[in-house]
Ligand binder design. Structure first.
Ligand code: FE2
Length: 366
């Protein structure tokens, strides 16, 4: 799609907001384990008596962790139902009013009416619509704002600042939806948000003895925002997507893929800081080079870390997946380094899902 014909031009992911039980400790975990830097705060000391939020940033990735300060709140109910999870995927736009009007015209359900927030650093224009589950997209125009995050937030500048680990930007964010809903949400991204479908996988591509799923990868016009959508498919036993849907109580964000340009050093550092990754069977490395051809990295090093490799027509990619980062088997992370490849690691699905099933069997949820 050419930029001028794109009715919803997106500049990229502005921020991702999680609703969590303990925003302070979650921010501490992302600082300590993932190397995010403290950025901004909203809570009692800024006059916010409803929620407390900590904002952290690493290069172009901004995460917000929000907890309720009182009972029976919108945030508290979300956490009770879903556990800690992603509530808002905020997208950068140049015109938040037009973004809302264009998507509402095409059937979007509005979750946040157009509004302008102001403080001494300027103004932010924003609006929002609903997507799968209880997840929302916000449209954020920060072209008239000089502050670090949003009006109402103050700088958060503690002395504790573990170093960054080389994470650069959000490569893609995957949504899990319930049985039979993948096409509904794929069409939502096409019809309401002007996305196109890059690829699709069905249960013949993605199935092991147990896990089966279907997936469609949706991309906006300039390719900066990519949302694969998964739904469960019938396998011999419970699909990992079904497990997610059960514990999340519906559709939601399954994983966020964070890009690095040196996966070996990033993953080594994450492991040193206690991040748990999925186990990859050693047999994977016996045949991987037959499948992907020659690569720049030392295979021995990739095997020690458990980094996976896949190739498409345009190049190759390196990727690795964490275990879920909370008590429920829901949200996890992918660390990805692209060396030309624009795909998502289809060749790794089987090896990967066998690893996920190994974890599921330990949880007794297969
Ligand atoms: Fe992914």
């Amino acid at each position: 799609m050419e930029e001028e014909k794109d009715f919803l031009p997106l500049l990229g992911t502005d921020y991702v907001e999680f609703y969590v039980g303990n925003s302070l400790q979650t921010a501490f975990y992302y600082q300590t384990a993932f190397g995010f830097q403290p950025l901004a705060y909203s809570g009692l000391s800024t006059g916010n008596h409803v929620t407390e939020s900590y904002v952290v940033r690493q290069d172009k990735i901004t995460f917000v962790f929000t907890s309720p300060l009182c009972e029976n709140s919108k945030v508290g109910k979300h956490i009770d139902k879903h556990g800690d999870g992603v509530k808002i995927i905020a997208l950068s736009v140049l015109d938040a009013d037009k973004a809302l009007k264009e998507t509402a015209l095409r059937g979007a359900v509005i979750s946040l009416d157009f509004e302008i927030l102001k403080d001494a650093d300027g103004s932010i224009a924003r609006s929002g619509i609903k997507t799968y589950g209880e997840t929302e997209h916000y449209f954020i125009d920060r072209t008239k704002y000089k502050g670090d995050f949003l009006p109402g937030f103050e700088a958060w500048n503690p002395t504790y600042k573990p170093k960054a680990v080389g994470l650069k930007f959000v490569d893609h964010m995957v949504g899990n939806v319930d049985w039979g809903e993948m096409n509904i949400w794929a069409e939502f991204y096409i019809n309401v948000m002007g996305f196109t479908q890059l690829v699709s996988f069905d249960d013949k591509d993605i199935s092991t003895d147990y896990t089966a799923l279907r997936s469609k990868v949706m991309s906006n016009g300039n390719g900066r925002v990519k949302f694969p959508i998964n739904e469960p498919a019938k396998g011999r036993n419970k699909s990992q997507i079904e497990e997610y849907i059960k514990f999340y109580n519906g559709g939601g964000v399954q994983h966020i893929a964070l890009a690095t340009d040196d996966i070996v050093s990033t993953v080594r550092e994450l492991k040193n800081r206690g991040v748990d990754f999925l186990y990859v069977p050693s047999t994977y490395y016996k045949t991987v080079l037959d499948r992907v051809g020659s690569i720049d990295e030392e295979l021995q090093e990739l095997q020690e870390l458990g980094v996976l490799v896949d190739r498409d027509e345009e190049g190759y990619l390196l990727q690795i997946f964490t275990k879920p980062v909370g008590p429920r088997p829901t949200v996890f992370y992918e660390i990805i380094q692209r060396k030309g490849a624009t795909s998502f690691g289809k060749g790794n699905f089987k090896a990967l899902f066998e690893a996920i099933e190994f974890e599921q069997s330990k949880r007794g949820t297969l």
